[in-house]
Design a protein. Structure first.
Length: 303
């Protein structure tokens, strides 16, 4: 089986679009089609359907994907110097990821850990698709079957904090020492168009208060970074719910963080694939469990 055929199949499985898969591999769409057809002849069946609605994998394609993705990931690891890949949500300060990678490399001389940002809108997909080994994310509540899908392990917890409402200084709720979940009915919460799935959004930004009052949620274009988020909040008088260290990590003039009572706390956690046999992942999680990581201008959390 040719490695380029597997690469084309994995790219198509990720993108579900021949053009995007081609751009990812720096080849033409017809070349991707040729590679997929060659692979289909090898395995003896159709791997993907293409119609007016896009591309979808056949049952045989799903079966091949389940075995090919981890196998290809191991092959890539074998062909390069071992390096653990940490993905951090783009709305989490990179200082924490950098400190964890440094602690890992100090504890295990000769091993490397690299980190980069991943989209919060994808939630667990970078892990599930073997793009990264460990995911640093914010969990809006305690681990549960609703928040943690099958095949994903969450832990350790790096920090826990009560939620805050980020609003402009001029907002009526900004002068409060704290607000309740019921008060959120008086605030329009920003919701980007590229937000995660609805079940995840509802854990972050509830649609109703505990007493059943609707909480307004305003759809906005996709937001790329914290600066763009805070600009929308400041200029449009909106609010957003976040962890208590948000303005420490991303200072922005004219914004106030008001503590919210009555909602579950937010946890800064690491997530990995369940039952992983990768010793680098096991070692990294062990180091992270006891590491001191910076949160908000020099504040540290430790075991």
């Amino acid at each position: 089986m040719e490695i380029r055929e597997i690469e084309a199949f994995l790219a198509l499985a990720d993108e579900l679009h021949f053009g995007r898969a081609a751009r990812r591999l720096n080849v033409t769409a017809s070349r991707v089609s040729q590679l997929i057809q060659a692979l289909e002849r090898r395995v003896g069946g159709q791997l993907a359907h293409r119609d007016g609605h896009g591309v979808s994998l056949t049952e045989l394609g799903e079966q091949l994907l389940a075995g090919a993705r981890p196998g290809y990931a191991r092959l890539e690891r074998a062909m390069t110097a071992p390096a653990l890949q940490l993905g951090s949500w783009s709305f989490i300060t990179g200082t924490v990821a950098s400190e964890l990678c440094a602690a890992f490399e100090l504890a295990y001389p000769g091993q490397r850990a690299e980190w980069g940002t991943v989209s919060y809108a994808d939630v667990y997909l970078p892990l599930q698709r073997h793009r990264i080994d460990v995911l640093m994310m914010l969990l809006p509540g305690p681990p549960s079957s609703r928040l943690i899908p099958a095949g994903i392990h969450v832990g350790p917890v790096l920090s826990t904090g009560d939620r805050v409402l980020l609003v402009p200084d001029s907002h009526p709720l900004a002068a409060r020492s704290e607000v309740t979940a019921e008060d959120l009915a008086d605030c329009q919460l920003l919701l980007p168009d590229d937000a995660p799935p609805d079940w995840w959004v509802d854990e972050w930004h509830p649609a109703v208060t505990p007493d059943g009052h609707a909480i307004p949620r305003v759809r906005m274009p996709p937001i790329r970074d914290p600066d763009e988020l805070f600009d929308h909040i400041s200029r449009r008088g909106l609010g957003v719910i976040g962890p208590p260290w948000t303005l420490d990590d991303f200072p922005w003039p004219g914004l106030t963080a008001v503590p919210i009572r009555g909602l579950p706390p937010i946890h800064l956690v690491l997530a990995s694939r369940d039952q992983t046999d990768d010793p680098l992942v096991t070692a990294f999680l062990r180091v992270a469990e006891h590491a001191r990581v910076p949160l908000g201008h020099g504040k540290y959390v430790s075991s």
